[in-house]
Design a protein around this ligand. Structure first.
Ligand code: BGC
Length: 757
């Protein structure tokens, strides 16, 4: 035993020593290189440009890229992929620039590169960090096979406002789950060795609080207390930093009145000094320049502000490139500030192994062998099925039988493009499987009727707005009445109706905020007409955010939230609907009953006049709608049913170093095998500051055969009870706690314990 401990100690000492030596080697290499660099070349390393073949999200794309590369005035390139293009650019840098410094190549690989996985909000509903890590691993392999070494993911912004379209890009409303997913994704992208040719550097974004934009309007002001930041919004970014993420992207919004990109407290005091982040920080797309509109000064002032705040790389705006020399002369920035930023960018290139071999990620034989392989597609199919959430299933409408006649209806039922979702920059719609195709693949023997039933939107101007990157979302010229009638006729001839409705891909995502979360266009009328036919109806939703669908919940017997499920969406939806996969997804964001309830989230605080008890008049509630969401956080059904026995605690008291265990028996009471995510929540009943009514502190995904019972055990220690107090100290406070275990954040069993110190 002693020997093992000694061996472990020696080993970890050796590992540390090796890390220190390689760190020292890197520092020496970079210092020696920097001693040869001119000021112009150093500033050049801070310049990130896009030649414009990707998705330009700001109003400009870079010009004169080739010439600037030759002159050593570019540190990195994004928005291009493919070994050919990347080889060309890298050759320019290493053959024609004076110091032959390689470029770093980035891209928005957000939920897969070419094999597209479900949008991150969907992915998070799998509550399966191993699965999520695998998606990031596959994305890293595909991206690196396409010449890339840097990806702008994970996006870990906590979002509690579904009006904000970018809720689709993150993991929902919970900091605990969000942190686990952040860690898994960083691990998946970066692996254990960043210099391998199939790992890529991750970039956690958008630092910070971007998900809290006022009124859910993109890029809008955020304003929150430090205590809320620390407890509720910052944990996932910190988890990514703790997992060793190589880079961080600053966000567009302001924090305490200073835009994140120029916020010294955020980028230096918190990120580097407190959290010990060692990588580099890149701005968001022209977010340095955008500080002018924020009212922080002219280009030279905001560029200096950003550098001094701790920003290292300027995305697209070229504020650093065009103003830092003069700012240095004018004493507005120091040589050290420029050197520090340059050093951090060069260190990233060193860690990626680009100084050893600038062409490490460029191998023309890789794309064919490693991209969109059958294996990757299979992983996408499995992942998509596991991300879907069964919202309702009355009278066992699902799973469908593989016989009889099915009317497949809806604007998204035979579409290849929308299912890829937002930020599928390199996704190829010609490779995606539509639902109609999926049905044929999975249930070929079924007789199928098809009707479009409605457009996603009937408004041509709106269709253009939601198609910024290509052909406008298609509008069938027939009137809604004609299309609905066609669908009703098809339904009349079928045994069961499956209607696939929702949003167009770009109705969620960046700059896609909405004030109404209804089904757009005539889709609601379509569904209501189908309900009236009296045929069994399954509604499949394809969307990137919660929609307000209480009417649908009342009317449709079965609803599946499929999200934008990616390349294999059609197959995966068919797998779920026909029961080849028994759905197990659980929501990671609350579904509001109406937009007026927003923001709505499970881990809220209590008020002094809570809903329960007291004078019925003076309550914290609404006159016109219940306080509760339509579907709570953690909610999701299965084709089977699970029961939870009472919670057994090993002891009633936790002390530092003496955790307790909470055990619950979970039984599959249906007649089909299924997976259940058992969720553990706590509530700190009395605190020096108010505490949320529930906080997720653990979860386990288990598989149970029909009739099978399993004991699920959670360990809860003093550490799990910590939070940031009013002095921003991470503490636990003695006293009474409640503990809940259940199938979602609403339906739980309850027990109680004490913390003593
Ligand atoms: C987005 C980022 C993205 C960047 C580069 C910005 O508009 O906010 O998430 O990584 O563009 O494409």
């Amino acid at each position: 035993m002693r020997r093992t401990v000694l061996t472990i100690v020696t080993l970890s000492f050796l590992l540390q020593a090796t890390a220190q030596t390689s760190d020292a080697k890197m520092k020496a290499y970079v210092a020696s290189l920097m001693s040869k660099m001119t000021l112009d070349e150093k500033i050049g390393q801070l310049n990130l440009v896009t030649p414009g073949s990707g998705v330009p999200t700001g109003s400009v794309v870079s010009r004169g890229v080739e010439d600037n590369i030759r002159k050593g005035r570019v540190g990195g390139l994004f928005g291009i992929f493919g070994p050919d293009k990347i080889r060309q650019a890298q050759t320019l840098a290493v053959k024609e620039s004076r110091l032959h410094i390689p470029l770093i190549f980035g891209l928005d690989v957000i939920h897969g590169h070419k094999t597209i996985f479900p949008v991150p909000l969907g992915l998070s509903c799998s509550w399966d960090t191993t699965l999520i890590e695998r998606t990031a691993r596959i994305a890293a392999i595909e991206a690196s096979a396409d010449g890339l070494c840097w990806v702008y993911s994970p996006m870990v912004d906590i979002a509690r406002d579904p009006r904000w379209g970018r809720i689709a890009e993150g993991s929902g409303e919970d900091p605990y789950l969000g942190s686990k997913i952040a860690r898994a994704m960083v691990k998946g992208y970066q692996g254990t060795d960043l210099s391998k040719d199939n790992t890529v550097m991750a970039c956690v974004k958008h630092f910070a609080l971007y998900g809290a934009a006022e009124a859910g309007r993109d890029y809008n002001t955020t304003d929150m207390s430090r205590i809320r930041m620390y407890n509720e919004y910052l944990p996932p970014y910190k988890a990514a930093v703790d997992a060793g993420v190589g880079s961080v992207m600053s966000s567009f919004n302001e924090i305490d009145g200073i835009p994140a990109t120029g916020n010294h407290w955020l980028l230096t005091e918190l990120l580097r000094n407190k959290w010990g982040f060692k990588g580099f920080v890149v701005s968001d797309y022209t977010s340095v320049n955008e500080m002018i509109a924020h009212g922080m000064g002219d280009l030279s002032t905001v560029s200096a502000l950003a550098l001094k705040a701790g920003l290292d790389m300027d995305m697209v705006g070229e504020g650093f490139l065009t103003t830092l020399q003069n700012s240095l002369k004018a004493g507005k920035v120091t040589p050290k500030e420029i050197n520090d930023a340059c050093q951090r960018v060069l260190e990233a290139k060193y860690k990626l192994g680009l100084f050893d071999d600038p062409f490490r990620y460029i191998n023309e034989s890789r794309p064919d062998k490693e991209i969109l392989t059958a294996q990757n597609r299979q992983a996408a199919r499995e992942t998509a099925a596991r991300s879907m959430v069964l919202l309702k299933n009355e009278r066992q409408t699902l799973p469908l039988k593989k016989s009889g006649t099915i009317a497949l209806i809806g604007p998204l039922a035979d579409n290849h493009a929308e299912m890829l979702g937002t930020w599928a920059v390199s996704g190829d719609k010609t490779k995606s499987v539509s639902i109609q195709e999926g049905f044929k693949n999975v249930a070929g023997s079924v007789q199928m009727l098809f009707a479009k039933g409605s457009n996603i939107t009937d408004d041509t101007a709106f269709a253009k707005r939601i198609s910024p990157f290509g052909k406008p979302t298609e509008i069938d010229p027939r009137t809604p009445e004609v299309m609905i009638q066609e669908a009703v006729d098809a339904a009349g001839k079928a045994d069961v109706v499956v209607a696939v409705v929702g949003e167009a891909a770009e109705m969620s995502g960046e700059s896609s905020s909405r004030t109404s979360l209804d089904l757009p266009g005539s889709q609601r009328r379509l569904i209501e007409a189908l309900v009236k036919t009296g045929k069994p109806l399954v509604v499949v939703l394809m969307n990137g955010r919660p929609l307000t669908i209480p009417w649908l919940d009342e009317q449709a017997p079965a609803i599946v939230e499929a999200w934008f499920a990616g390349t294999e969406a059609g197959n995966a939806i068919a797998d779920v609907l026909f029961g080849s996969y028994n759905p197990s997804g659980k929501l990671t964001t609350s579904f509001p009953r109406n937009v007026g309830q927003i923001p709505i989230y499970y881990n809220h605080k209590n008020t002094g006049r809570p809903y329960e008890g007291g004078n019925p008049k003076f309550k914290s509630d609404y006159l016109d709608v219940d306080n509760s969401p339509l579907y709570p956080f953690g909610y999701g059904l299965s084709y089977t049913t699970f029961t939870y026995d009472t919670i057994q605690l090993s002891q009633n008291t936790i002390r530092p170093g003496q955790p307790i265990t909470a055990t619950v028996l979970v039984k599959n009471t249906g007649n089909m095998a299924g997976e259940e995510t058992v969720q553990l929540y706590i509530r700190d009943l009395v605190g020096s500051v108010t505490r949320p009514v529930k906080e997720l502190k653990g979860f386990q995904k288990i598989k149970l055969n029909a009739g099978e019972m399993k004991k699920v055990e959670f360990t809860i220690s003093e550490n799990d009870l910590r939070f940031y107090n009013s002095e921003l100290k991470y503490v636990s406070e003695p006293g009474e706690f409640k503990l809940f275990i259940g199938t979602n954040s609403r339906d739980v069993k309850e027990a109680g314990f004490r913390l003593e110190k």
